[in-house]
Ligand binder design. Structure first.
Ligand code: FES
Length: 118
């Protein structure tokens, strides 16, 4: 059964901002990339370091531990295969941002919330 966890409110994050939330015992980092909200697990797939405070360049997040870079929009490392962030579906429900923890996705990200949504 899926768990739909509220982690914030719509319009809480301006473009370029991020937020660390906690849901169901895990850290989840929300990013507003160009008006679209993306959610990732706060654990680097390389060695499990917290990735929430990493340097963000566009949609690419640099892990503060060893410097690997991941595109938070897709979960993937730019340009090469290899490790992938765990991403979560996030959607807007009654003005709240709700993350689904039913099926974490390693690899291509699900459709995000934001300006590009239909
Ligand atoms: S733990 Fe993130 S790059 Fe090593």
């Amino acid at each position: 059964m899926s768990r739909q966890i509220p982690v914030g409110v719509v319009d809480e994050l301006a473009p370029g901002q991020r937020k660390l939330a906690f849901a169901d015992g895990r850290g989840i980092v929300l990013f507003n990339i160009d008006g679209t909200i993306h959610a990732i697990d706060n654990a680097c797939p390389h060695n499990g370091a917290s990735i929430a405070s990493g340097q963000l360049d566009g949609g690419v997040l640099r892990c503060p531990a060893h410097g690997l870079r991941f595109d938070v929009r897709t979960g993937c490392m730019p340009g090469v295969g290899g490790l992938s962030l765990t991403t979560f579906p996030v959607r807007a429900v009654d003005g709240k941002l709700v993350v689904s923890l039913e099926d974490p996705v390693a690899g291509p990200a699900p459709a995000p919330v934001g300006n590009s949504a239909p």
